[in-house]
Design a protein around this ligand. Structure first.
Ligand code: NAP
Length: 292
C-alpha cells in the first residue's frame, strides 16, 4: 500500500502557485484576488473558509471574506454577488455551501459570473467541462486529478467506480474520469443511494472514488485487492481527543481497506487539502485570463 499524501502534494503545488503569483505581481502590480462569502456560523464551513483564506495568504494572493448572518435574504445575497461580479479587482468568488434553507443554492451558484466561478459549480463551467472546453473544474474533482497526475498514476482503460452523484463531487468526478484526457479515459460506473448492492460494483473497481458522507461506509470486503482508493468523505464528530474538539472520518474504513489497496488517500491529509489547491489553481488561471 502507498499513501496518496495530500499534505505532501498540496505543499509542492502551492510552492509552484506562489512562484506564479509572485510573477503576476511583478508584471501587473497586483495579486490574484479571491472573495469568499460565508453565511451563518456552521462549524465545518467556518473551518473550511478560514483554511481557504489562510492558504491564499500563503501563496501570495489577496483575499476578502464577506460574512453574513443567517438572516440575510436571498435578494441581499444575490445583490452582493452581483457587486463582486462587477469588481475588476476580483478574480474569483466562492460562496461557501451549505446555505440556509431560505436561500436557493442553485440561484446563488448561477448568479456567480462563470468567469469568476473558481469553485467550478456554474452550469456554464460544468457544460464546458463536459465538452472538454477550457473551464474552471469543480475544486474537489480537480484536486483529485492533480493528485493522480502528481503520482503519475495511469488511469487509462481502468474501471473507475464513483460512489455518490452530488453536483459538486460525484457527478463531475465521473465525467472527468470518463473524458478523453489524462487522467481520464476510464470506464466509469456511478453508484448512489438507489443502487442495490454497491459491493457488486465496488469489488470490480480498479479506481474507487467515494463521496457520500457516511463514516466508514466502504469496508474491506467491498474493495478489490490492489485497488486505488480515493476517499472524499469528511465526517466531523465531536471528540475529547483533539484540541479542536472534533475529529474527521472518511467514507472509507481506512484501517482495514488500506492493506488491500495499491494507493489510498487518508482522512484527514488527503482530498481536503487538494480541494484547496484546485481552488487556488482556478483563481490563478482566472487572474491570468487562461479560461475566459
Ligand atoms: P451530498 O451532496 O450529500 O451527496 C451525497 C451523495 O451520496 C448522493 O449522491 C447520495 O445519493 C449518495 N449517498 C448517500 N448515502 C448513500 C448510500 N448509503 N449509498 C450510496 N450512496 C449514498 O454530498 P457531497 O457534497 O458530495 O459530499 C460527500 C462527502 O464528501 C461529505 O462527507 C462531504 O463533507 C465530503 N466533501 C469533502 C470535500 C473535500 O474537500 N474533501 C469536498 C466536498 C465534500 P442520492 O443522490 O441518491 O441521494
Amino acid at each position: 500500500m502507498q499513501l496518496l499524501d495530500g499534505k505532501f502534494v498540496s505543499e509542492k503545488l502551492k510552492e509552484r502557485i506562489a512562484i506564479e503569483a509572485a510573477e503576476i505581481l511583478k508584471n501587473t502590480g497586483r495579486k490574484p484576488h479571491l472573495v469568499a462569502i460565508l453565511v451563518g456560523h456552521d462549524g465545518g464551513s467556518e473551518t473550511y473558509v478560514a483554511s481557504k483564506i489562510k492558504n491564499c495568504e500563503k501563496v501570495g494572493f489577496n483575499s476578502t471574506l464577506y460574512r453574513f448572518e443567517n438572516t440575510i435574504t436571498e435578494e441581499e445575497l444575490l445583490h452582493k454577488i452581483d457587486e463582486v461580479n462587477k469588481d475588476p479587482e476580483t478574480d474569483g468568488i466562492l460562496v461557501q455551501l451549505p446555505l440556509p434553507k431560505h436561500i436557493s443554492a442553485d440561484k446563488v451558484t448561477e448568479k456567480i459570473s462563470p468567469e469568476k466561478d473558481v469553485d467550478g459549480f456554474h452550469p456554464v463551467n460544468l457544460g464546458r467541462m463536459q465538452r472538454n472546453l477550457p473551464s474552471f473544474l469543480p475544486a474537489t474533482p480537480y484536486g483529485i486529478l492533480l493528485m493522480l497526475q502528481e503520482y503519475g498514476i495511469d488511469t487509462a482503460g481502468k474501471h473507475c467506480v464513483v460512489v455518490g452523484r452530488s453536483n459538486i463531487v460525484g457527478s463531475p468526478m465521473s465525467i472527468l474520469m470518463a473524458r478523453n484526457t489524462n487522467p481520464g479515459n476510464c470506464t466509469v460506473t456511478i453508484c448512489h443511494s438507489k443502487t442495490p448492492d454497491i459491493k457488486k460494483y465496488s469489488l470490480d473497481a480498479d479506481i474507487l472514488i467515494v463521496a457520500i458522507g457516511k463514516k466508514n461506509f466502504i469496508t474491506a470486503d467491498m474493495v478489490k485487492e490492489g485497488a486505488i482508493v480515493i476517499d472524499v468523505g469528511m465526517n466531523r464528530e465531536t471528540s475529547s481527543e483533539t484540541k479542536s474538539g472534533f475529529k474527521l472520518y472518511g467514507d472509507v474504513d481506512f484501517e482495514h481497506v488500506a492493506p488491500k489497496s495499491s494507493w489510498i488517500t487518508p482522512v484527514p491529509g488527503g482530498v481536503g487539502l487538494m480541494t484547496i489547491v484546485g481552488l487556488l489553481k482556478n483563481t490563478l488561471a482566472s487572474a491570468k485570463k487562461e479560461i475566459y
